[in-house]
Design a protein around this ligand. Structure first.
Ligand SMILES: NC(=O)C1=CN([C@@H]2O[C@H](COP(=O)(O)OP(=O)(O)OC[C@H]3O[C@@H](n4cnc5c(N)ncnc54)[C@H](OP(=O)(O)O)[C@@H]3O)[C@@H](O)[C@H]2O)C=CC1
Ligand SMILES: O=C(O)[C@@H]1CCC=N1
Length: 271
Protein backbone atom coordinates (compact mmCIF):
# COMPACT_ATOMS: atom_id res chain seq x y z
CA UNK A 1 0.00 0.00 0.00
CA UNK A 2 1.11 3.60 -0.60
CA UNK A 3 3.12 4.92 2.35
CA UNK A 4 1.88 8.41 3.19
CA UNK A 5 3.60 11.00 5.40
CA UNK A 6 1.38 13.90 6.47
CA UNK A 7 3.45 16.93 7.50
CA UNK A 8 1.22 18.97 9.84
CA UNK A 9 -1.46 17.33 11.94
CA UNK A 10 -3.90 20.24 12.12
CA UNK A 11 -7.47 20.50 10.81
CA UNK A 12 -6.89 19.34 7.26
CA UNK A 13 -4.13 16.87 8.21
CA UNK A 14 -6.53 15.21 10.65
CA UNK A 15 -9.37 15.21 8.10
CA UNK A 16 -7.09 13.37 5.66
CA UNK A 17 -5.80 10.90 8.26
CA UNK A 18 -9.26 10.12 9.57
CA UNK A 19 -10.76 9.80 6.08
CA UNK A 20 -7.98 7.50 4.87
CA UNK A 21 -8.24 5.23 7.92
CA UNK A 22 -12.03 5.01 7.59
CA UNK A 23 -11.52 4.13 3.91
CA UNK A 24 -9.33 1.18 4.94
CA UNK A 25 -5.83 2.62 4.58
CA UNK A 26 -3.48 0.65 6.85
CA UNK A 27 -2.33 2.65 9.87
CA UNK A 28 1.19 1.19 9.48
CA UNK A 29 1.43 2.95 6.09
CA UNK A 30 0.53 6.32 7.56
CA UNK A 31 2.82 8.62 9.53
CA UNK A 32 2.27 12.17 10.77
CA UNK A 33 4.69 14.98 11.63
CA UNK A 34 3.23 17.38 14.16
CA UNK A 35 5.31 19.92 16.07
CA UNK A 36 2.76 20.81 18.73
CA UNK A 37 3.32 18.17 21.49
CA UNK A 38 -0.25 18.19 22.88
CA UNK A 39 -1.67 17.89 19.38
CA UNK A 40 0.76 15.06 18.56
CA UNK A 41 -0.46 13.13 21.63
CA UNK A 42 -4.08 13.75 20.66
CA UNK A 43 -3.56 12.34 17.15
CA UNK A 44 -1.61 9.32 18.39
CA UNK A 45 -4.36 8.56 20.92
CA UNK A 46 -7.26 9.08 18.51
CA UNK A 47 -5.87 7.23 15.47
CA UNK A 48 -3.03 5.02 16.82
CA UNK A 49 -0.90 6.66 14.16
CA UNK A 50 2.88 7.16 14.50
CA UNK A 51 3.72 10.82 15.10
CA UNK A 52 7.27 11.98 14.49
CA UNK A 53 9.45 14.70 12.95
CA UNK A 54 9.06 15.86 9.32
CA UNK A 55 12.38 14.32 8.20
CA UNK A 56 11.67 10.97 9.88
CA UNK A 57 8.15 10.95 8.41
CA UNK A 58 9.42 11.72 4.90
CA UNK A 59 12.04 8.96 5.03
CA UNK A 60 10.65 6.03 3.07
CA UNK A 61 7.31 7.67 2.31
CA UNK A 62 5.92 7.30 -1.21
CA UNK A 63 3.78 10.42 -0.88
CA UNK A 64 4.77 13.39 1.30
CA UNK A 65 1.72 15.55 2.04
CA UNK A 66 2.47 19.13 3.05
CA UNK A 67 -0.38 20.16 5.38
CA UNK A 68 1.07 23.10 7.33
CA UNK A 69 -0.05 26.74 7.11
CA UNK A 70 1.28 28.55 4.00
CA UNK A 71 3.72 30.60 6.10
CA UNK A 72 5.18 27.40 7.62
CA UNK A 73 5.74 25.61 4.31
CA UNK A 74 9.28 26.84 3.73
CA UNK A 75 10.62 25.71 7.12
CA UNK A 76 8.72 22.39 7.00
CA UNK A 77 10.15 21.76 3.52
CA UNK A 78 13.66 22.46 4.83
CA UNK A 79 13.08 19.85 7.56
CA UNK A 80 11.69 17.32 5.08
CA UNK A 81 14.68 17.91 2.79
CA UNK A 82 17.09 16.72 5.50
CA UNK A 83 16.47 13.21 4.19
CA UNK A 84 17.52 12.19 0.72
CA UNK A 85 14.43 12.70 -1.41
CA UNK A 86 14.17 10.67 -4.56
CA UNK A 87 11.75 11.68 -7.30
CA UNK A 88 13.21 8.94 -9.54
CA UNK A 89 11.76 6.18 -7.40
CA UNK A 90 8.23 7.53 -7.62
CA UNK A 91 8.45 9.55 -4.41
CA UNK A 92 6.32 12.66 -4.78
CA UNK A 93 5.12 15.68 -2.84
CA UNK A 94 1.49 16.71 -2.50
CA UNK A 95 0.89 20.24 -1.26
CA UNK A 96 -2.42 21.11 0.39
CA UNK A 97 -1.30 24.65 1.26
CA UNK A 98 -3.46 27.48 -0.08
CA UNK A 99 -1.65 29.83 -2.42
CA UNK A 100 1.72 28.07 -2.61
CA UNK A 101 2.57 27.31 -6.25
CA UNK A 102 4.20 24.06 -7.39
CA UNK A 103 7.17 26.18 -8.62
CA UNK A 104 7.89 27.15 -5.00
CA UNK A 105 8.62 23.49 -4.20
CA UNK A 106 10.22 22.67 -7.55
CA UNK A 107 12.91 25.30 -7.07
CA UNK A 108 13.76 23.92 -3.60
CA UNK A 109 13.52 20.16 -4.17
CA UNK A 110 15.96 17.98 -6.14
CA UNK A 111 15.72 18.55 -9.92
CA UNK A 112 12.76 16.79 -11.50
CA UNK A 113 10.99 16.03 -8.19
CA UNK A 114 7.24 15.67 -8.87
CA UNK A 115 4.87 18.03 -7.04
CA UNK A 116 1.07 17.93 -7.16
CA UNK A 117 -0.82 20.90 -5.75
CA UNK A 118 -4.12 19.87 -4.22
CA UNK A 119 -6.97 21.93 -2.80
CA UNK A 120 -8.96 19.61 -0.53
CA UNK A 121 -11.80 20.40 1.84
CA UNK A 122 -12.66 19.21 5.34
CA UNK A 123 -15.64 16.97 4.42
CA UNK A 124 -12.93 14.42 3.50
CA UNK A 125 -13.15 13.64 7.22
CA UNK A 126 -16.41 11.81 6.45
CA UNK A 127 -15.41 10.58 2.98
CA UNK A 128 -17.34 13.39 1.24
CA UNK A 129 -14.54 15.76 0.34
CA UNK A 130 -13.61 17.19 -3.01
CA UNK A 131 -9.91 17.34 -3.84
CA UNK A 132 -8.86 19.44 -6.80
CA UNK A 133 -5.51 18.43 -8.30
CA UNK A 134 -3.12 20.60 -10.31
CA UNK A 135 0.00 18.81 -11.54
CA UNK A 136 3.39 20.52 -11.43
CA UNK A 137 6.01 20.46 -14.22
CA UNK A 138 7.53 17.05 -13.44
CA UNK A 139 4.33 15.10 -12.77
CA UNK A 140 3.83 12.04 -14.95
CA UNK A 141 0.55 10.27 -15.58
CA UNK A 142 1.38 7.56 -13.02
CA UNK A 143 2.05 10.19 -10.30
CA UNK A 144 -1.31 11.82 -10.94
CA UNK A 145 -3.05 8.43 -10.87
CA UNK A 146 -1.36 7.60 -7.55
CA UNK A 147 -2.62 10.84 -5.97
CA UNK A 148 -6.05 10.37 -7.54
CA UNK A 149 -6.21 6.86 -6.08
CA UNK A 150 -5.34 8.03 -2.57
CA UNK A 151 -7.69 11.03 -2.54
CA UNK A 152 -10.62 9.33 -4.26
CA UNK A 153 -10.93 7.16 -1.14
CA UNK A 154 -11.98 10.29 0.80
CA UNK A 155 -14.24 11.96 -1.77
CA UNK A 156 -14.36 13.23 -5.34
CA UNK A 157 -11.29 14.18 -7.33
CA UNK A 158 -11.16 16.85 -10.04
CA UNK A 159 -8.09 17.87 -12.09
CA UNK A 160 -7.57 21.49 -13.23
CA UNK A 161 -4.65 23.54 -14.57
CA UNK A 162 -2.77 25.31 -11.76
CA UNK A 163 -3.98 28.71 -13.06
CA UNK A 164 -7.47 27.81 -11.71
CA UNK A 165 -6.47 26.70 -8.22
CA UNK A 166 -6.97 30.09 -6.50
CA UNK A 167 -10.55 30.18 -7.83
CA UNK A 168 -11.04 26.55 -6.72
CA UNK A 169 -9.78 27.49 -3.25
CA UNK A 170 -12.44 30.22 -3.06
CA UNK A 171 -15.21 27.82 -4.12
CA UNK A 172 -14.58 24.38 -2.61
CA UNK A 173 -11.57 24.83 -0.30
CA UNK A 174 -13.26 27.52 1.78
CA UNK A 175 -16.75 26.42 0.68
CA UNK A 176 -17.68 24.29 3.71
CA UNK A 177 -17.29 27.39 5.91
CA UNK A 178 -19.93 29.25 3.88
CA UNK A 179 -22.42 26.42 4.36
CA UNK A 180 -21.64 26.23 8.10
CA UNK A 181 -22.16 29.99 8.33
CA UNK A 182 -25.52 29.73 6.57
CA UNK A 183 -26.45 26.87 8.94
CA UNK A 184 -25.49 28.99 11.97
CA UNK A 185 -27.52 31.94 10.67
CA UNK A 186 -30.60 29.79 9.93
CA UNK A 187 -30.41 28.11 13.36
CA UNK A 188 -30.20 31.52 15.06
CA UNK A 189 -33.11 32.75 12.95
CA UNK A 190 -35.18 29.70 13.95
CA UNK A 191 -34.42 30.38 17.61
CA UNK A 192 -35.46 33.99 17.01
CA UNK A 193 -38.81 32.70 15.77
CA UNK A 194 -39.34 30.76 19.01
CA UNK A 195 -38.01 27.25 18.22
CA UNK A 196 -35.69 25.58 20.71
CA UNK A 197 -32.04 25.51 19.58
CA UNK A 198 -32.19 21.70 19.43
CA UNK A 199 -35.23 21.70 17.16
CA UNK A 200 -33.86 24.51 14.96
CA UNK A 201 -30.57 22.63 14.62
CA UNK A 202 -32.23 19.33 13.73
CA UNK A 203 -34.40 21.03 11.09
CA UNK A 204 -31.55 23.01 9.53
CA UNK A 205 -29.12 20.09 9.41
CA UNK A 206 -31.61 17.72 7.79
CA UNK A 207 -32.76 20.44 5.36
CA UNK A 208 -29.12 20.90 4.29
CA UNK A 209 -28.52 17.15 3.97
CA UNK A 210 -31.73 16.67 1.96
CA UNK A 211 -31.10 19.67 -0.29
CA UNK A 212 -27.50 18.55 -0.97
CA UNK A 213 -28.74 15.04 -1.82
CA UNK A 214 -31.28 16.49 -4.29
CA UNK A 215 -28.63 18.71 -5.90
CA UNK A 216 -26.38 15.67 -6.22
CA UNK A 217 -28.89 13.06 -7.35
CA UNK A 218 -31.99 14.68 -8.94
CA UNK A 219 -30.31 15.75 -12.17
CA UNK A 220 -31.98 19.17 -11.79
CA UNK A 221 -30.10 22.46 -11.48
CA UNK A 222 -30.01 24.60 -8.34
CA UNK A 223 -32.25 27.12 -10.14
CA UNK A 224 -34.86 24.46 -11.00
CA UNK A 225 -34.83 23.01 -7.49
CA UNK A 226 -35.22 26.45 -5.90
CA UNK A 227 -38.10 27.31 -8.25
CA UNK A 228 -39.89 24.10 -7.25
CA UNK A 229 -39.93 25.22 -3.60
CA UNK A 230 -41.08 28.74 -4.46
CA UNK A 231 -44.90 28.62 -4.67
CA UNK A 232 -46.42 31.68 -6.35
CA UNK A 233 -47.18 34.35 -3.76
CA UNK A 234 -46.00 32.02 -0.99
CA UNK A 235 -43.60 31.97 1.96
CA UNK A 236 -40.43 31.12 0.02
CA UNK A 237 -40.98 33.98 -2.43
CA UNK A 238 -41.35 36.34 0.55
CA UNK A 239 -38.08 35.08 2.08
CA UNK A 240 -36.09 35.09 -1.17
CA UNK A 241 -37.18 38.63 -1.93
CA UNK A 242 -35.61 39.66 1.40
CA UNK A 243 -32.43 37.64 0.79
CA UNK A 244 -31.93 39.15 -2.66
CA UNK A 245 -32.89 42.60 -1.35
CA UNK A 246 -30.18 42.24 1.29
CA UNK A 247 -27.60 41.51 -1.40
CA UNK A 248 -27.07 37.77 -0.92
CA UNK A 249 -25.88 37.18 -4.48
CA UNK A 250 -23.56 40.18 -4.49
CA UNK A 251 -22.23 39.13 -1.10
CA UNK A 252 -21.21 35.73 -2.53
CA UNK A 253 -19.62 37.31 -5.64
CA UNK A 254 -17.61 39.65 -3.39
CA UNK A 255 -16.73 36.97 -0.85
CA UNK A 256 -15.42 34.47 -3.36
CA UNK A 257 -13.44 37.14 -5.16
CA UNK A 258 -11.84 38.12 -1.83
CA UNK A 259 -10.96 34.48 -1.13
CA UNK A 260 -9.39 34.06 -4.58
CA UNK A 261 -7.33 37.24 -4.15
CA UNK A 262 -6.23 36.10 -0.68
CA UNK A 263 -5.17 32.70 -2.04
CA UNK A 264 -2.97 34.36 -4.66
CA UNK A 265 -1.57 36.70 -2.00
CA UNK A 266 -0.62 33.78 0.30
CA UNK A 267 1.56 32.46 -2.50
CA UNK A 268 3.45 35.71 -2.95
CA UNK A 269 3.88 36.73 0.70
CA UNK A 270 5.65 33.45 1.57
CA UNK A 271 8.18 33.80 -1.26
N1 LIG B 1 -8.53 23.82 7.13
C1 LIG B 1 -9.02 23.67 5.91
O1 LIG B 1 -10.25 23.52 5.71
C2 LIG B 1 -8.12 23.64 4.71
C3 LIG B 1 -6.75 23.91 4.83
N2 LIG B 1 -5.95 23.88 3.72
C4 LIG B 1 -4.52 24.15 3.85
O2 LIG B 1 -3.97 23.17 4.71
C5 LIG B 1 -2.89 23.74 5.45
C6 LIG B 1 -3.10 23.46 6.92
O3 LIG B 1 -4.28 24.11 7.34
P1 LIG B 1 -4.96 23.75 8.73
O4 LIG B 1 -4.95 22.27 8.90
O5 LIG B 1 -6.23 24.48 8.77
O6 LIG B 1 -3.88 24.42 9.73
P2 LIG B 1 -3.56 24.02 11.22
O7 LIG B 1 -2.84 25.17 11.83
O8 LIG B 1 -4.79 23.49 11.88
O9 LIG B 1 -2.54 22.79 11.07
C7 LIG B 1 -1.19 22.87 10.77
C8 LIG B 1 -0.44 22.07 11.82
O10 LIG B 1 0.90 21.87 11.39
C9 LIG B 1 1.76 22.12 12.48
N3 LIG B 1 3.08 22.46 11.96
C10 LIG B 1 3.55 23.65 11.49
N4 LIG B 1 4.83 23.54 11.09
C11 LIG B 1 5.20 22.26 11.33
C12 LIG B 1 6.42 21.53 11.13
N5 LIG B 1 7.51 22.11 10.62
N6 LIG B 1 6.45 20.23 11.49
C13 LIG B 1 5.35 19.64 12.02
N7 LIG B 1 4.17 20.27 12.23
C14 LIG B 1 4.09 21.57 11.88
C15 LIG B 1 1.08 23.25 13.21
O11 LIG B 1 1.58 23.41 14.51
P3 LIG B 1 1.44 24.84 15.25
O12 LIG B 1 0.02 24.96 15.65
O13 LIG B 1 2.38 24.73 16.40
O14 LIG B 1 1.82 25.90 14.24
C16 LIG B 1 -0.37 22.78 13.17
O15 LIG B 1 -0.67 21.87 14.20
C17 LIG B 1 -2.84 25.24 5.12
O16 LIG B 1 -1.78 25.49 4.25
C18 LIG B 1 -4.19 25.50 4.47
O17 LIG B 1 -4.09 26.49 3.47
C19 LIG B 1 -6.44 23.55 2.48
C20 LIG B 1 -7.76 23.28 2.33
C21 LIG B 1 -8.72 23.31 3.41
O1 LIG C 1 -8.83 29.45 5.04
C1 LIG C 1 -7.84 28.97 4.47
O2 LIG C 1 -6.87 29.72 4.16
C2 LIG C 1 -7.79 27.51 4.13
C3 LIG C 1 -7.65 27.27 2.66
C4 LIG C 1 -9.00 26.80 2.21
C5 LIG C 1 -9.72 26.55 3.43
N1 LIG C 1 -9.04 26.90 4.47
Amino acid sequence: MTRIAVIGGGKIGEALISGLLQAGHAVKDLVVAEQHPARADELAAAYSVRVTTPSDAAEGADVIVMAVKPGDVESALTEVSKVELDGEREQLLVSLAAGIPTAFYETRLPAGFPVVRVMPNTPMLVGEGVSVLAPGRHVKKEHLELVRGVLSSVGKVVVVPESQIDAVTAVSGSGPAYFFLVAEAMIDAGVGLGLTRATATELVVQTMVGSAAMLDRSGESATELRAAVTSPGGTTAAAIRRLEGNGLRTAFFDALEAAKIRSAELGTTTE
